[in-house]
Design a protein around this ligand. Structure first.
Ligand code: ADP
Ligand code: MG
Length: 619
């Protein structure tokens, strides 16, 4: 009978002797690894001595499902029922992915553009979570066959830029495949672990992890010290990878064959065949200098020089991302101690050469670049199972998180590139008397106005006891857990009323959107500041207008008629000033009103105090 031990540090329940596996659930290929005699190893398939499981799922008309290499072959013979690159769809709506549709050989369901995307196969609809679960089930049974034991716990890696929804979707896929996902770990963090970087606690290092996979590119700058892995910044492009190299070569071949683009785009079968031949050419050129092949009865060929010329723009784009990541981390290339290469596409000699030249040092590429992430995931799993000393992983949130305040302003609570897990909070109050229900709208992004950011979700703090404006004390806490999932808690401190939500947005953000949002925040910084200035001045003016009206009502007997007329005129002038778009005009009106009413307020206060002191109501 199995005994149970509780690992207090992580709060995980770990069954004795049960292996926790590490899984790299990739866009193109997936792998599973575990610790064997103190070293991480990837599980191979029974036949081919191959550790990669292509992330491809095929559905046959009789209902049977193929995953991996067998499914990959169906890309040519049965593209409509063969699903690949499903990772791109995780946590996304059709709106997020519609520009990609031409890229997929299968049908993406488009009936409800805002709902989570589904894939149509025959008459069935599959969610990306279900499709990914098929891949995970294959990995699970692979490792179970090797270990001759059941495997129920895993660590799964995701790109550092995955948002809450994408991480949650990955977790769900694990659950559906019968795996308890103990931790979602960022891929670059796993890659660093695979190289043993950070295992020596006395050593402080800053490293760059360059990951060029099949469909995505990302670069992360990590700082590692005292066993703590901290992601200083991340950058990348989810639409840049080996697939794009293949597409470039495929286009080149199509031109060689004199193929009309319209004819080609109508022929999905030929498209896929070209895609696979192009990939074959690319791999050949990683070792050799020339490729020759045949397709559709026509000869095609490409040499290394032409190849490098064609893909240089793609490589340059990755270097631009590296530059951005360094900028965000506030570092120069010479401050990077090590550069780790990850992803099958880093086998391309031009890539290695250019990255090495960019950072001005040789790169780490002696481990198999397809396997490093899975190996690191296995090491992380081992740490979680309590077999390794206190290693902590700290990641960052790539976009700022905050709430909407009066005037549609974004109030940042957790700034961009904050380490996670993280917790931050702030107190707010109301701007209207007797406000009962308070809407807490949570946004992600860098712009000053929430309308330009992305809404993650909202909830209402209901039935707050009526109080004058400014009196309620609303404490908002943002709690970002180690998986990057956000919980927002709102509490009215005077009444103790509390409400909280886990933020699970209706659908995910695209990485293009993320890049655009960051870029926008830079290009619009000037304009945003101006708008923010006006809105803040207007808020201040509105508060003063309310206070002014109250003051006149409460002190009717103390003020002279002339003072009342003048005060009313200044209030009217301020109210008019708030209609302008000029913050200086508003500030001027505020100042004029304040200057005039200040002595009146003092006099009113003195009078009121004297009245109170005259003895009626003490005690
Ligand atoms: P992902 O992380 O997106 O699942 P991988 O890291 O497995 O991707 O990388 C897959 C990509 O690596 C594919 O585009 C594949 O064509 C490319 N690749 C694999 N081997 C080579 C090679 N020898 N030369 C160039 N590219 C390669
Ligand atoms: Mg990968």
């Amino acid at each position: 009978m199995a005994t149970f031990s509780i690992n207090l540090k992580d709060g995980t329940l770990n069954k004795d002797n049960e292996v926790i596996v590490g899984i790299d659930l990739g866009t193109t290929n997936s792998l599973v690894a575990y610790m064997k005699d103190g070293a991480a190893v990837c599980v191979q398939d029974d036949l081919q001595k191959n550790t990669l499981v292509p992330s491809v799922v095929h559905f046959a008309s009789d209902g049977s499902i193929l995953v991996g290499d067998a499914a990959r072959e169906k890309l040519i013979t049965d593209p409509a029922h063969t699903i690949y690159s499903v990772k791109r769809l995780m946590g996304k709506s059709y709106n997020d992915v519609q520009t990609l549709e031409a890229f997929f050989g299968y049908r993406i369901l488009d009936e409800d553009k805002d709902a989570l995307v589904k894939v149509k196969v025959y008459d069935r609809y599959f969610t990306p979570v279900e499709l990914s679960a098929n891949i995970l089930r294959e990995l699970k049974s692979r490792v179970e066959r090797e270990l001759k034991a059941s495997v129920n716990q895993a660590v799964i890696t995701v790109p550092a830029y995955f948002n809450d929804n994408q991480r949650q979707a990955t977790r769900d896929a694990g659950k559906l495949a019968g795996l308890d996902v103990l931790r979602i770990v960022n891929e670059p963090t796993a890659a660093a672990l695979a190289y043993g970087i950070g295992l020596d606690k006395s050593k402080a290092e800053t490293i760059a992890v360059y990951d060029l996979g099949g469909g995505t590119f990302d670069v992360s700058i990590l700082q590692i010290q005292d066993g703590v892995f901290e992601v200083l910044s991340t950058n990348g492009d989810t639409f840049l990878g080996g697939d794009d190299i293949d597409k470039t070569i495929a286009t080149f071949f199509a031109a060689q064959m004199g193929l009309d683009t319209q004819v080609l785009s109508a022929n999905k079968h030929l498209q896929q065949e070209l895609r696979l031949l192009a990939e074959h050419a690319k791999k050949t050129l990683s070792d050799g200098s020339f490729f020759q092949g045949e397709i559709d009865g026509k000869a095609v060929s490409i040499g290394r020089d032409t190849f490098e010329e064609l893909i240089m723009p793609l490589v340059q784009r990755t270097l631009d991302c590296c530059q951005n990541a360094l900028r965000d981390a506030g570092l120069k290339t010479n401050q990077i101690d090590k550069v780790v290469m990850v992803g099958g596409s880093t086998r391309v000699p031009l890539v290695k050469q250019k990255v090495s030249a960019f950072f001005g040092k040789p790169v780490f590429n002696n481990l198999n670049p397809d396997e490093v992430v899975a190996l690191g995931a296995a090491i992380q799993a081992d740490i979680l199972s309590g077999n390794q000393k206190d290693l902590l992983l700290i990641d960052v949130t790539p976009l700022s998180l905050g709430i909407e305040t009066v005037g549609g302003l974004m109030d940042v609570i957790i700034p961009r590139n904050t380490k996670i897990p993280s917790k931050a909070g702030r107190q707010y109050t109301t701007s209207v008397d007797g406000q009962k229900n308070l809407k807490i709208a949570v946004y992600q992004g860098e712009r000053d106005l929430v309308e330009n950011n992305r809404k993650l979700g909202e909830f209402v703090l209901r039935d707050v006891p009526p109080m004058p404006a400014g009196l309620p004390k609303i404490d908002i806490q943002f709690i970002l857990n180690a998986d990057g999932i956000l919980t927002v808690r709102a509490r009215e401190l005077r009444s103790g009323l509390e409400q909280q939500i886990d933020i699970q947005p209706a659908y995910g953000i695209t990485e293009e959107d993320m890049a655009r949002m960051l870029l926008d925040s830079i290009t619009h910084a000037g304009a945003d500041m101006k708008i923010r200035g006006v809105l803040e001045a207007r808020n201040e003016a509105n508060n003063l207008l309310l206070a002014g009206v109250k003051f006149l009502q409460q002190n009717d007997g103390i003020l002279t008629d002339e003072e009342k007329v003048n005060t009313n005129a200044l209030l009217k002038a301020l109210s008019e000033a708030t209609q302008t778009e000029d913050k200086d005009v508003i500030h001027q009106a505020i100042e004029t009103l304040n200057n005039y009413t200040m002595p009146l307020a003092h006099r009113a206060m003195d009078t009121n105090i004297r009245a109170a002191m005259s003895g009626k109501k003490i005690g």
